[in-house]
Ligand binder design. Structure first.
Ligand SMILES: C[S@@+](CC[C@H](N)C(=O)[O-])C[C@H]1O[C@@H](n2cnc3c(N)ncnc32)[C@H](O)[C@@H]1O
Length: 236
């Protein structure tokens, strides 16, 4: 497992701790008025769980990292240790979300089993909103660079795709007790082409009904680095 998801989970939490309230409000709208319970696979430190909880939804997250789950529980959210490609919580949810290209960590081969497991946990007709980059065949590899801080700790983060199956993260600590340290590593990260993504969805128990770029609906064959894919479970 990547160090940023295990022993460096706190650093991850600082690096990704931007305000999700607008995005959560938009997700609640997409999930619909009947939605009361939401599952987030790969919930990490629970930042989206907490933002959805603030809307009065019952939220449950699963993750393989105990360190991440501890942070999610510290936010008052329910976190269960489970592998999102093969899990059984013994119940169904009214909706689900997957945030910040988390499905990419499963690699190309992991998405199909993940969608099968998700379908077993969702009511028929439930929405699964998946935020995942998908790209045209000739698109440039994505790269993102930003700064974050909490208390004395200041971070400079670079996250970039290296090829079709790996990304690299580099977190440089610019302030606080660990100033000067750099946490750098290579992660499994599927680089989805639009066609490969659509083929896996077509073979899954879900139908993609819409795609959004920054909350604006776009064509299903559009590429982009943080698109929201609206999937509907078609399995009873
Ligand atoms: C990119 S982080 C995203 C975390 C969170 N969704 C967020 O928005 O901050 C990916 C998360 O997936 C978790 N993860 C990786 N592989 C997993 C698997 N097979 N099953 C469940 N969680 C997994 C990692 O521990 C990590 O917390």
């Amino acid at each position: 497992m990547s160090r940023l998801y295990s022993e460096e989970a706190e650093l991850y939490d600082i690096a990704f701790d931007w305000d999700l309230s607008d995005e959560a409000a938009w997700l609640v709208e997409r999930l619909g008025p009947e939605c009361r319970s939401v599952l987030e696979p790969g919930c990490g430190s629970g930042r989206m769980l907490a933002a959805l909880d603030a809307h009065g939804l019952e939220v449950v997250g699963i993750d393989t990292s105990e360190a991440m789950l501890r942070l999610a529980r510290a936010r008052g959210c329910e976190g269960v240790r489970a592998d999102m490609t093969d899990f059984d919580l013994g119940r169904r949810f009214d909706g689900a979300v997957s945030v910040v290209s988390t499905t990419g960590v499963l690699g190309i081969a992991g998405l199909g089993p993940h969608l099968e497991a998700m379908a077993r946990h969702l009511e028929s007709g439930a929405r699964y909103l998946v935020q995942q980059g998908v790209f045209a065949d000739d698109a440039e590899l994505w790269r993102s660079e930003w700064e974050a801080e909490r208390g004395d700790t200041k971070l400079h983060i670079v996250w970039e795709a290296l090829d079709q199956q790996r990304s690299r993260s580099r977190v440089a600590i610019l302030g606080g007790p660990r100033t000067g340290e750099v946490v750098e590593e290579v992660h499994v990260a599927a680089y989805w082409t639009v066609k490969a993504w659509r083929d896996v969805i077509a073979a899954s128990p879900f139908t993609q009904v819409a795609c959004y770029d920054e909350e604006v609906e776009v064509e299903l064959d559009q590429g982009g680095d943080l698109l929201w894919h609206e999937l509907v479970s078609s399995r009873d």
